[in-house]
Design a protein around this ligand. Sequence first.
Ligand SMILES: CCC(=O)Oc1c(C)cccc1C(=O)O
Ligand SMILES: [Ca+2]
Ligand SMILES: [Ca+2]
Ligand SMILES: [Zn+2]
Length: 322
Amino acid sequence: VSGSNAVGTGTGVLGDTKSLNTTLSSGVYYLQDNTRGSGIFTYDMSGYSFFPDFFLPGSLWKDSDNVLNAAKDKAAVDAHYYAGVTYDYYKNVFGRNSYDNKGAAIKSSVHYSSNYNNAFWNGSQMVYGDGDGTNFISFSGGIDVVGHELTHAVTEKSSNLVYQNESGALNESLSDIFGTLIEFYNGKNPDFEIGEDIYTPGTAGDALRSMSDPTKYGYPDNYSNRYTGTSDNGGVHTNSSIINKAAYLMSEGGTQYGVTVPAIGRDKMGAIFYRANTVYLTSNATFSQARAAAVQSAADLYGAGSAEVNAVNKAFDAVGVQ
Ligand SMILES: CCC(=O)Oc1c(C)cccc1C(=O)O
Ligand SMILES: [Ca+2]
Ligand SMILES: [Ca+2]
Ligand SMILES: [Zn+2]
């Protein structure tokens, strides 16, 4: 909408208060943030569940008084706010202007379908279900989830890794890696777990996936244990854990299967994977090619014989990827 920039307040999925960039137009406030790129726009799908995709993005979220503290506001508040944090991360850390590096508008729809236990990037926008309330609550309540979804768009505009088999697992891992780095950038209860804030509200301490110990949830932490079947596009949400573990080890250090990996820290790990995604990886990359891309990226950034290059090699050794 055309109008004037405003700042509202909102209550998030977890009950936390945050300020929101909104737009005032003809006496109505909209979740339209004009301060970032070509804007961040959050829409309402109102839980409509009959062929919902036909109705995406839904209606631009409107509010009467710029105070978004109602129950139905929470998912929209977090989708909007965390999209802004994700924009800020890519802009401030890598100088990237939105997911396409050309300031593309960022669109999110919340209350997609009903009891919908998923979140996804549909090729044009982010879409968030509210969960069934037992297995999941509103997906936009997890900053690592929001960062994960928008990173699918970054990847699509960069390596464009094909969403199946090893390239698909790499695609998924990049989303988990940057979803996590965005969670650390935001600075509130950061961890190397995925989706912990919106998974099983009745159970504390669990998550969808763990980067530090994938086996906690039955996922592989080495290439020899990879899934080779056809479900989930050839195990993209399973085999991603192999690369997630390598990224975790590079960042935090550790030893597994007799291989000790020295820590280089989150920022350098992020810089290496960002350069791999934007400079070296091709759409059909294998895990082995991802290792080569990460090694080359580390060499470019820190020198061929650097401690960072050594850490990358050791991390991929530790997960059995040559
Ligand atoms: C951490 C975010 C995530 O994994 O979202 C998905 C879910 C919950 C189900 C199916 C696909 C995705 C995805 O975005 O890969
Ligand atoms: Ca997390
Ligand atoms: Ca839980
Ligand atoms: Zn994903």
